[in-house]
Design a protein around this ligand. Structure first.
Ligand code: ZN
Length: 230
């Protein structure tokens, strides 16, 4: 029978080393499982959170104009995933690329996660045919309106030429969507702003250069809201 005390010092050293190896292996395995466990829980919670948000987004949009929801991937360049705590206004923009479609503008925002050339996005993009693509949930900020990113929803509008004037279909959709958003978030047409009103940028060009057209759009949103209320 081999008692530990009976072993030669060389055998003791071997036995000790073996024990250390076993303890080390157990520790490494334990850390590995712990790490995997934490990662699994975080992953699970994140997925749950995303599902909850998507569900909320889906159910609370009843009565909205028809939206093509194509949310951007969360990334630092176009959808930072930062909560939008309060909504105090609706910011109107023009895309500044004549003839480009809503889909092309949405895809440009999505691709910024790879190209990383700038930070830009919008909650909604309205196309030349009046189609509306939603890129960012209304519960998160977009990168559109500088200092007012923190408390506004943003709408980018496509336009056929350099004047920046909207097609009738785009105009009708921006009016519909803005009226609906104002009602949903307890705002009035006076809470509409142009990008120009925040930074002085010539955006949306046509409505900066033609202030009476901007007043008319606000008036039309107001009228649309009254119609909806009836
Ligand atoms: Zn703008």
């Amino acid at each position: 029978m081999n008692n530990y005390n009976d072993l030669s010092s060389k055998e003791k050293r071997i036995a000790e080393r073996r024990r250390n190896v076993i303890i080390f292996s157990v520790c490494v395995l334990a850390l590995l499982f712990l790490g995997l466990g934490i990662w699994g829980i975080r992953n699970h919670n994140q997925k749950k959170e995303e599902a909850k948000r998507a569900k909320l987004e889906e159910t609370s949009w009843e009565g909205a104009p028809s939206l093509d929801v194509q949310l951007l991937t969360v990334n630092d360049y176009s959808r930072p995933g930062i909560p939008l705590e309060e909504i105090k206004g609706i910011a109107i923009h023009y895309t500044a690329n004549p003839g480009a479609t809503a889909q092309q503008n949405r895809d440009y925002f999505e691709n910024l996660k790879d190209s990383q050339i700038t930070q830009a996005s919008s909650h909604f993009v309205i196309g030349l045919e009046g189609e509306i693509i939603q890129c960012i949930p209304s519960s998160e900020i977009s990168y559109a309106t500088n200092a007012r990113n923190v408390d506004t929803l943003s709408i980018e509008c496509c336009h056929p030429d350099e004047t920046g004037e909207f097609t009738q279909a785009t105009y009708d959709s921006v009016m519909e969507l803005t009226a609906w958003l104002c009602r949903r978030f307890g705002l009035t047409a006076d809470d509409m702003i142009r990008h120009y009103d925040v930074t002085g940028k010539n955006c949306p060009k046509y409505f900066v250069e033609n202030p009476e057209a901007w007043e008319q759009l606000k008036e039309d949103v107001h009228t649309r809201m009254e119609e909806e209320a009836q």
